[in-house]
Design a protein around this ligand. Structure first.
Ligand code: ZN
Length: 236
């Protein structure tokens, strides 16, 4: 992988991290220090983001290992600042198989959230931190990791390409229509959702980013002849 560093190999699949990841870590460090936080608190934030990306890697392995059950190889998993990508050679032919492959990623985050939630509940710490947006400390760390895993599920299940939800939708449609028509409907819905998020984006930066991401991705998905690129994304 060009401009990427191999950091792990599991089940025969290499995990790469793209060099731009350094920019993300630097940005987090500088914004934390710039906000007047101590070096220790800033390092906690970085540790939190790295933990989040471990969850993203596990999400991608959910796709990859489920795909393998259906004979689909995954060339590698790449971590980018916006999330992870499992570079699968193709998507399974049968809609039911595509459905399981698409659902497997978010399902991993459901399991992680359930485990963290159970631990927090057992410890009597299942409550909002006093300052959820404040510095990430040991008290907030696990709760925030619980919350972001739930967000990963919600975000990825948005029914628009290239999100997992778009693939789930297409797989469900493909059970009723042919694949091209199913792809067209799912891609169109992605564009409509992208426009919808522009309204939401008038109020928040993340809304702008999301709408631009969905809209451009849905357009990039060539709807007429080619199915979408055979990869899956999980964005942080
Ligand atoms: Zn995914």
């Amino acid at each position: 992988m060009k401009w990427s560093l191999r950091i792990a190999r599991f089940a025969g699949i290499d995990v790469f991290v793209h060099w731009t990841f350094v920019l993300l870590i630097t940005w987090i460090l500088l914004t934390n220090l710039g906000a007047g936080r101590s070096l220790a608190e800033s390092l906690w934030s970085i540790w939190f983001v790295l933990s989040l990306f471990v969850c993203v890697v596990l999400h991608e392995f959910g796709h990859a290992l489920t795909g393998r059950r259906y004979g689909v190889k995954t060339k590698n998993i790449v971590l980018l600042p916006i999330g992870g990508v499992a570079n699968m050679e193709k998507m399974p032919e049968k809609p039911i198989q595509e459905l399981w492959v698409a659902l497997a990623g978010p399902a991993v985050n459901v399991v992680i959230a359930a485990i963290i939630g159970a631990i927090l509940f057992a410890q009597g710490k299942m409550q909002l931190p006093a300052d959820p947006s404040g510095a990430i400390n040991t008290g907030n760390f696990m709760f925030n990791l619980f919350v972001v895993n739930l967000w990963l599920v919600i975000f990825n299940m948005i029914p628009a390409f290239p999100m997992d939800g778009g693939r789930v939708l297409r797989a469900l449609l493909a059970m009723r229509y042919d694949k091209v028509k199913a792809t067209n409907i799912a891609a169109k819905l992605g564009q409509i959702l992208g426009i919808g998020f522009i309204g939401f984006g008038l109020f928040t930066t993340s809304g702008w980013c999301l709408s631009a991401f969905l809209f451009s991705s849905a357009r990039a998905t060539k709807p007429v002849t080619n199915p979408p690129r055979p990869c899956c994304r999980a964005t942080a």
